[in-house]
Design a protein around this ligand. Sequence first.
Ligand code: GRF
Length: 197
Amino acid sequence: MLNIGVLISGGGTNLQAVIDGTESGEIKGQVKVVISSKQGAYGLERAKNHNIKAICETDEDKIIEILKENKIDLVVLAGYLKIISPKLVNEFRNKMINIHPSLIPSFCGAGFYGEKVHQAVIDYGAKVSGATVHFVNEEADAGPIIMQDTVKVMDDDDAKTLAKRVLEVEHTILPKCVKLFCEGKISVEGRKVKVSE
Ligand code: GRF
């Protein structure tokens, strides 16, 4: 049973999907702590509703301390809007994953978060979009890709309708990646990730 730490900044629907996966037994892991960069983020309420430690913290040294105190084996960034410093990346290299609401390497990196991502997809005229789960490295949204899935971009989509469709994909592939990680079925060689399902 692995110890999972989740970092959030907002509503936490991806956090909820992971919590649900651990409680159903699908994920052989336990969410031990949720850390939010934003006071009052609803994701903190979600954690409290499930008797999970919920902490608001922005100082990275303190975040590292909390993760170590809780013997965290896997850090999940779920709607976490701060850039991770090299120090934190190094502490959890290939043990920290992020969910991004586009098909990396498109529409990602600095400034691409939340609805801005989906607006950029629509403005560009892309025909498919989707979500990506990847390991976190020093560059934003640039670590080795673990899993992706796609959605069609409809002619009448706006950022909100596309975001909603992509979020459904996020809620599927993120818990799936956490499950596979907890089962030791994910291996990384350079940029290549192998998943034995
Ligand atoms: C999601 O779109 C996720 O892809 C992005 O931030 C948003 C947060 O969603 N990283 P939630 O807080 O998990 O509901």
